[in-house]
Write a protein that binds this ligand. Structure first.
Ligand code: ADP
Length: 443
């Protein structure tokens, strides 16, 4: 699919380039041709207008030449005229002169005049016995015409030469553009390819995660069906197990739905308002106090009071809960968890600025291996799959928190994970940029 897209991109690019090259060179060739033709016709006009009688034609009154054309140039150009002729009212040749340097026979002259006479237009071209001639005829005032022919071979040679030169140039240009387009197609498709791979991976991981609870549920059903005479009470163990797996599936589907909606754009699902972040964090800590107490874990808080930010309260709470929940999942026995909230930002004089708020959650315990730290925000990533599944994680929590932060124009980071333990933080702007607020208001 990606290959097809890349090929399509390349072909349409090349088609467009070929069309442009063709039009460009065709336009230049036609322009050159018409310039050449115009030059020749100009010379023919000068000659005809200055010739009084043929065969005295060769002696042209130089004073009578068109003053707008440089004389020297004109005289040399006049020599391109190789036949001058005069016809009577019936089109018969009454006199003609031929350039000395040519071997034009009387027959060619008569035939050329015949063609010129047959043409209603005053100018045109004739090809006779290897001669390419361009002619111009003007009435001679006695019912006939004065006709001048010039050698048009240069016109044709020039056009042929240009066509050949342009074909070679077009070929090289096309080859270069092919390579460039191929490179550009790779570059342009790269983000699509990345998203496509991500999406495929997401679907594969999701299917894999859904398979386990489904298998358990089906196995439970098989066991229950194998004992049709048992009471509900006797089957309670399997019913409970089925319920718990179904609950896990629901949670997973909800998480995936959230991420999928986030990929499609958050503006419609977020509702921003002034939120007391201090109270919110306090509230989250309170929710987990009993769990921490039961686990024998010390839960400590250090919260700057009354920090007001623009946020979606429910979503921000979800992100904070993900961090505290993780800390509780991965803290060591009798360990410690610290939740803090403080202003961060540029210093104004010696006082810290209040442009950002940082919510940090740290816990003691086994650190995340260095080589895996960069992956923790990836969907379905778990440092130790077998251990974390026991703890109920699908590896979506941090990805969801990252998504929520993105919608808040904030940031989630793994501040450290070493012998001190692990610390994750959320950084949020106190005031969001106008662009995003306007968008969310509209929704
Ligand atoms: P899960 O739902 O599996 O916890 P997360 O996306 O929240 O998924 O976390 C991804 C992985 O990062 C976890 O499986 C765990 O291995 C690691 N992790 C997250 N938080 C912590 C933490 N506080 N301490 C140690 N490891 C952590």
């Amino acid at each position: 699919m990606i290959k097809k897209l890349r090929r399509r991109f390349l072909y349409s690019n090349l088609l467009l380039i070929t069309f442009i090259i063709f039009i460009f060179f065709l336009a230049i060739t036609l322009a050159s041709y018409s310039f050449e033709r115009q030059q020749t016709e100009e010379v023919l006009t000068i000659v005809l207008e200055n010739v009084q009688a043929v065969p005295d034609a060769i002696i042209i009154d130089e004073k009578g030449l068109n003053k707008s054309i440089k004389e020297e140039d004109t005289l040399s150009r006049l020599r391109t005229v190789i036949i001058l002729a005069q016809t009577d009212e019936n089109g018969n040749v009454t006199a003609y002169a031929v350039d000395d340097g040519t071997d034009i026979s009387a027959e060619i002259v008569y035939n050329a005049i015949k063609v010129a006479n047959a043409n209603d237009k005053l100018s045109g071209s004739v090809t006779l016995s290897g001669y390419n001639l361009r002619y111009l005829k003007l009435p001679n005032g006695m019912g006939g015409y004065k006709v001048a022919f010039s050698d048009a071979t240069t016109e044709i040679v020039t056009i042929r030469f240009m066509a050949r030169a342009y074909s070679v140039a077009a070929f090289f240009f096309f080859a270069i553009m092919f390579m460039f387009s191929d490179y550009m197609a790779h570059k342009a498709i790269a983000p699509v390819e990345k998203t496509w791979k991500h999406q495929n991976q997401f679907v594969a991981d999701a299917s894999h995660e859904l398979k386990t609870p489904l298998t358990v549920i089906l196995a439970n059903m098989d066991i229950m069906s194998a004992n049709p005479g048992s009471t509900i009470e006797e089957q309670q163990k399997w019913i409970e197990n089925t319920k718990s797996e179904a609950k896990r599936m629901t949670d997973l589907v909800n998480d995936m739905l959230f991420l999928a909606r986030g990929d499609a754009g958050h503006e419609l699902t977020f509702n921003f308002m002034d939120v007391n972040a201090s109270a919110l964090v306090e509230d989250c800590v309170l929710t987990f106090e009993s769990v921490a107490f039961e686990k024998g874990v010390q839960l400590v808080e250090n919260i700057t009071e009354d920090v007001i930010i623009k946020a979606d309260e429910a979503k921000l709470k979800q992100a904070i809960i993900i961090l505290i929940d993780n800390a509780l999942k991965y803290v060591d026995d009798k360990g410690q968890i610290l939740v803090s909230l403080k202003y961060v930002g540029k210093y104004v004089g010696r006082v810290p600025g209040k442009s950002y708020v940082k919510i940090s959650v740290s816990n003691t315990g086994t650190p995340i291996p260095k080589d895996k730290q960069a992956q923790v925000f990836e969907r379905f990533f778990r440092v130790d799959e077998s251990r974390t599944r026991e703890k109920g994680g699908y590896g979506l929590g941090l990805a969801i928190a990252a998504n929520i932060m993105q919608a808040h124009e904030g940031n989630i980071a793994l501040d450290y994970s070493d012998k001190r333990g692990t610390c994750f933080s959320l950084t949020l702007p106190v005031k969001q940029s106008r662009g995003f607020r306007r968008k969310s208001k509209r929704s």
